[in-house]
Design a protein around this ligand. Structure first.
Ligand SMILES: NC(=O)c1ccc[n+]([C@@H]2O[C@H](COP(=O)([O-])OP(=O)(O)OC[C@H]3O[C@@H](n4cnc5c(N)ncnc54)[C@H](O)[C@@H]3O)[C@@H](O)[C@H]2O)c1
Ligand SMILES: N[C@H](CO)Cc1c[nH]c[nH+]1
Ligand SMILES: [Zn+2]
Length: 420
C-alpha cells in the first residue's frame, strides 16, 4: 500500500520525487548490445530477440497488407464505434493546433515568415508487452496524418484486432511485429525490411525509453522520454475519495514500475482514499501490477497549499489531477506537468482514450522541460524571408556594421555589393 509521509520538510521533497527505476548502467549495456546486434544482423537479430525476450516465433518482421486486413476484420462493432468517436475528438483537438502562416514586415521591405513542413519518415512505438495499447496509435498517427508525414512506420509486440484496425484508420504505411528496444534499434538503424526513420515517437517501458534515449545520442530525433505512467492527485475536502482511489489505480495498473502520488493537507483524506484503494484494487484483473506499483507510491500530507504547489512543480507529474475547490484557479500555479485534469468529473483515463488531448507525455520529471506529443512534434519549422531593394537599403547599414564588428568582411560585402 501507499507509503505515508506526514509533514515532510522541504529538504525531503527531492527524495520524495524519485521514481522507481532499473539500474541505469546495466540497462544501458543491454540497450547497447541490442543496437550492436541489430546493426550487424538486422532482421535476423530482430527475429532472435523476439524469441529471447517475448518467447514469440516469427519468420518475417513485417505484417503484410493481407495480415493487417484480416486482423482488422476481427474487431467488434462496439470497439470500432468507440475508436471512431475517440478518433474524431483527437483529430479535432490536434487539427486545432495548426497555425495559419503570418507574414511579418519586420522593417519596411523586409518580409519574414515561417512554414511547418512534415517530417517525412516517422517511427511510432506502440506498447504491447502486457496490454495492447492501441489507443497510442490514435495519439501518434493522427497528428502524423494531420501534419502530412509520408511514411508512418508502426512497431509493436501486440497483435490485438484493434491494433490493426486503428493502424488502417490512421494511415499507417508499414507495420512491424517487433517490440521493445529492438524495435527502436530497427527503426533507428534500418534493416533489410524496416526503414530507418527521421524521428521516433511513443511511450514504452524502461527498455523502450532507454533505447529511444540511446537512438537520440546517435542523432535520431525523439519526441521525449515517455516511460512508466504516473499520476499525482491533489485532493482537498471537496474530493470524492472513491474517485481519487480509482484514478490512482488507473495508472498503477499500467505496470509495477508506475508510480502514483496522493497529495493533501488533510490526513483524514489519506485514510479514506487508502480504504477505497484496498477495496477497489482487489477487483482488478491487473491487481498484481497495481499492488506492486502502490508499494513504491506515496501519500504525502503537507502543511498548506503553498507547499503542495512547490511539491507538484518539483515532481513534474506526467498527469496531475486537481480534485480540489476552484481547480482551474489552482492550475495557474502549476508550471511543471504533462497534462492537468480539473475537478471531480475529469478522470485521467478520459485523456488516455477519448477526450481529445494526447496521452503520450513526459514522465520521470521530464515535464520540467518537455511537452507531450502534439502536432508540432511531427513538423519542422522553416523560416523564409524576402527583401526588396528598398528593404535592403533600409537594413543594409545595420548588417554591415554588425558584420564588420564580428570581423566577417564577406558578410558585409554580400550587402554592400547590392547597394552600389
Ligand atoms: N508516458 C506515456 O505517455 C505512456 C503511455 C502509455 C504507456 N506507457 C507505459 O508504457 C509501458 C508499457 O510497458 P510494457 O512492458 O507493457 O510494453 P512495452 O511494449 O513498452 O515493452 C515490452 C517489451 O519490452 C521488452 N522487454 C521486456 N523485458 C525485457 C528484458 N528483460 N530485456 C530486454 N527487453 C525486455 C520486450 O521486448 C517486450 O516486447 C508501461 O510502463 C506504461 O506505463 C507510458
Ligand atoms: N496512461 C497512459 C499514459 O501514461 C496512456 C494509456 C493508454 N492506454 C491507457 N492509458
Ligand atoms: Zn493509462
Amino acid at each position: 500500500m501507499l507509503q505515508i509521509s506526514l509533514f515532510p520538510n522541504k529538504s525531503e521533497f527531492e527524495g520524495l520525487c524519485q521514481r522507481p527505476s532499473l539500474d541505469s548502467n546495466s540497462l544501458e549495456l543491454t540497450i547497447k548490445n541490442i543496437f550492436d546486434s541489430v546493426a550487424f544482423n538486422k532482421d535476423k537479430a530482430l527475429i532472435e530477440f523476439t524469441k529471447q525476450f517475448e518467447n514469440r516465433e516469427i519468420s518475417e518482421v513485417l505484417y503484410t497488407a493481407e495480415d493487417i486486413n484480416e486482423g482488422a476484420r476481427l474487431i467488434t462493432n462496439e470497439l470500432k464505434i468507440a475508436i471512431k468517436k475517440a478518433y474524431d475528438n483527437i483529430f479535432k483537438f490536434h487539427k486545432g493546433q495548426q497555425l495559419e502562416i503570418k507574414k511579418i514586415e519586420t522593417s519596411p521591405g523586409v518580409i519574414c515568415w515561417q512554414k511547418s513542413v512534415a517530417i517525412e519518415k516517422v517511427g511510432i512505438y506502440i506498447p504491447g508487452g502486457t496490454a495492447p495499447l492501441f489507443s497510442t496509435i490514435l495519439m501518434l498517427a493522427i497528428p502524423a496524418q494531420i501534419a502530412g508525414c509520408k511514411e508512418i512506420i508502426l512497431s509493436t509486440p501486440a497483435n490485438h484486432p484493434a491494433i490493426f484496425y486503428a493502424a488502417q484508420l490512421c494511415g499507417v504505411t508499414k507495420m512491424t511485429k517487433i517490440g521493445g528496444a529492438q524495435a527502436i534499434a530497427a527503426m533507428s538503424l534500418g534493416t533489410e525490411s524496416i526503414p530507418k526513420v527521421h524521428k521516433l515517437f511513443g511511450p514504452g517501458n524502461q527498455y523502450v525509453t532507454a533505447a529511444k534515449m540511446y537512438a537520440n545520442k546517435m542523432g535520431i530525433a525523439i519526441d521525449m522520454p515517455a516511460g512508466p505512467s504516473e499520476v499525482a492527485v491533489f485532493a482537498d475536502e471537496t474530493c470524492n475519495p472513491a474517485f481519487v482511489a480509482s484514478d490512482l489505480l488507473s495508472q498503477a495498473e499500467h505496470g509495477a514500475d508506475s508510480q502514483v502520488i496522493l497529495l493533501t493537507t488533510n490526513e483524514e483524506i489519506v485514510t479514506k482514499v487508502i480504504s477505497e484503494l484496498e477495496k477497489q484494487v482487489e477487483l482488478l484483473d491487473r491487481k498484481e501490477f497495481a499492488k506492486k506499483s502502490l508499494q513504491h507510491s506515496k501519500a504525502i500530507i503537507l502543511k498548506d497549499k503553498i507547499e503542495v504547489i512547490t511539491f507538484l512543480n518539483e515532481y513534474a507529474a506526467e498527469h496531475l489531477i486537481l480534485a480540489c475547490a476552484e481547480p482551474e484557479k489552482f492550475s495557474e500555479h502549476i508550471i511543471n506537468a504533462g497534462s492537468i485534469f480539473l475537478g471531480n468529473y475529469t478522470p485521467e483515463s478520459a485523456g488516455d482514450y477519448a477526450s481529445g488531448t494526447n496521452h503520450t507525455l513526459p514522465t520521470n520529471g521530464f515535464a520540467k522541460a518537455y511537452s507531450g506529443v502534439n502536432l508540432d512534434s511531427f513538423v519542422k519549422k522553416i523560416t523564409l524571408q524576402a527583401i526588396s531593394k528598398e528593404g535592403l537599403q533600409n537594413l543594409g547599414e545595420t548588417i554591415i556594421t554588425m558584420a564588420n564588428a564580428e570581423s566577417l568582411q564577406a558578410h558585409a560585402n554580400a550587402v554592400s555589393i547590392r547597394l552600389k
